[in-house]
Design a protein around this ligand. Structure first.
Ligand code: EPU
Length: 427
């Protein structure tokens, strides 16, 4: 297994280009199932999760060509509406094929994703919504078996009220509703920019989606039985951008410009980082991040967009390990999202954990260590800690980082960091 080795102590300087958004690309790749013909996705990041989705679409019967940053998806001759456990267990977002498959082909067999490192992550809201659209759902041997009305017929538009905003749940039901008969109204939807982006693509495909990006989405299902193929460039990745913002801010004297990053999507993070003493400015299509004064502690509570993103909690915590004062960090979205805490403690951070709250007391310095984490964002936070720690840090099990950060070591090296990938390091 590869590791990332970092010699800390360099304040980052220069430009880094932000890649396309993983969590926008994944549902959009799945939306190709609603059409035939060839769709072209541009600005797709070269990531393991994209490869996994391509493998899943191929398994289903599609022709997928990945030539980063472009992905082409063509209709194959036959569709096999089944997502096997081997693929779903690699990536929970595979559940995003459920809505499109049952809406388009009348049936789907999709492995239940099961829990993962950051929490139980049920999909009851996805299933409840599909049932409201007339789907019959059975759970059998770890699989969801879904069938359209009267043994595989067309879904019916419905009103669905989510118990909580769910990103992939909202996306699954938007795709299902796009081919259902009549009008659907989805209430208490996730408002993430990735949901809004899926709405834009569905509209390009000929669907009638209104309100994506707000908490109520109206969709009129197409009577044509399928949508049209599309050509679309994916928005930039706000979480990758946020991660480089924190990486930039961790070293005193840094000056980094994020090329092609959208500041509006990062408001909650920007507000907190500014309060912590980081200088952040929007410059056209770019964001410039500088730090020339000591860090101050801020409190953070994660929440659905436009609240503070859970996907940035681990990275912001690293910043707080070096801030003057006490920072209280509340995680409200996932129950086990503090895997970075014991690893940061090994690097000298002072963090006390009480349930879903971490209390961080800033320290003078972090020390390099051999660390690892078993989720994507926690692993990224350890790389950031390594950038500022004394001596050498080795972050193991880098395959988690490769799920969500394109060429992270190259991008960081481009900013002056002393980072290398060690092939086949000890797990
Ligand atoms: N939830 C339920 N029932 C459901 C669905 C969700 O109880 O049927 C709960 C979850 O357990 C959680 C909350 O609702 O407590 C919100 O979860 P959500 O469904 O929004 O998460 P997701 O759609 O599975 C997406 C991102 C995650 C990101 C979360 C929260 C994708 C592919 N994944 O997951 O991204 O953390 O939204 O913003 O879009 C990552 O990129 O590292 C990542 C984990």
């Amino acid at each position: 297994m590869d590791a990332i080795r970092i010699r800390g102590g360099v304040a980052l300087k220069g430009n880094v280009r932000i890649s396309g958004a993983k969590n926008a690309a994944l549902p959009i790749l799945c939306a190709t199932l609603l059409s035939d013909g060839e769709s072209l996705l541009r600005n797709v990041p070269a990531l393991r999760d994209i490869e996994t989705t391509a493998a899943l679409l191929r398994f289903l019967g599609r022709g997928v060509t990945v030539a980063s940053p472009e992905v082409r998806v063509a209709a194959g001759s036959d569709i096999r509406p089944e997502a096997p456990y081997e693929l779903v267990k690699q990536m929970r977002a595979s559940v995003l094929v459920l809505g499109p498959l049952v809406a388009r082909f009348g049936r789907a067999k999709v492995s239940l994703p099961g829990g993962c490192q950051i929490g139980a992550r049920p999909i009851d809201q996805h299933l409840k919504g599909l049932e409201a659209m007339g789907c019959s759902i059975r759970l059998e041997r770890g699989y969801v078996l879904a069938e359209g009305p009267s043994g595989g017929g067309r879904l019916r538009g419905a009103e669905v009220v989510f118990d909580m905003p769910t990103v992939t749940g909202t996306e699954n039901l938007m795709m299902a509703a796009a081919l259902a008969k009549g009008r659907s109204t989805l209430v208490n939807c996730a408002r993430e920019p990735e949901v809004e982006e899926l709405g834009r693509v569905l509209n390009k495909m000929g669907a009638e989606v209104n309100g994506a990006g707000t908490d109520v989405i109206h969709i009129v299902g197409s009577d044509r039985g399928m949508l049209a193929p599309f050509d679309h460039a994916i928005i930039s990745d706000r979480i990758e951008a946020g991660t480089y913002m924190v990486a930039a801010a961790i070293g005193l004297g840094s000056d980094v410009t994020l090329k092609g990053a959208e500041m509006n999507d990062l408001e909650a993070l920007v507000v907190k980082m500014r309060a912590a003493g980081v200088d952040i400015a929007s410059e056209g299509q770019d964001i410039r991040v500088r730090r020339d004064k000591p860090l101050r502690a801020v409190n953070v509570t994660t929440g659905p967009h436009p609240g503070f993103p859970t996907d940035m909690q681990a990275q912001l915590m690293v910043l707080m390990t070096l801030a003057a004062g006490e920072s209280v960090i509340n995680e409200t979205i996932f129950e086990h999202r503090f895997q970075h805490v014991p690893e940061l403690q090994r690097m000298g951070a002072q963090i006390a954990l009480r349930g879903n709250t971490a209390v961080v007391h800033g320290v003078e310095r972090l020390y390099g260590a051999s660390v690892m984490a078993t989720d994507l964002r926690a692993s990224a936070s350890l790389v950031i800690a390594g950038l500022v720690a004394d001596d050498e840090t080795e972050v193991r099990r880098v395959y988690h980082i490769d799920r969500g950060y394109e060429r992270i070591e190259e991008k960081l090296r481009g900013l002056g960091a002393r980072v290398e990938r060690v092939k086949g390091a000890e797990a």
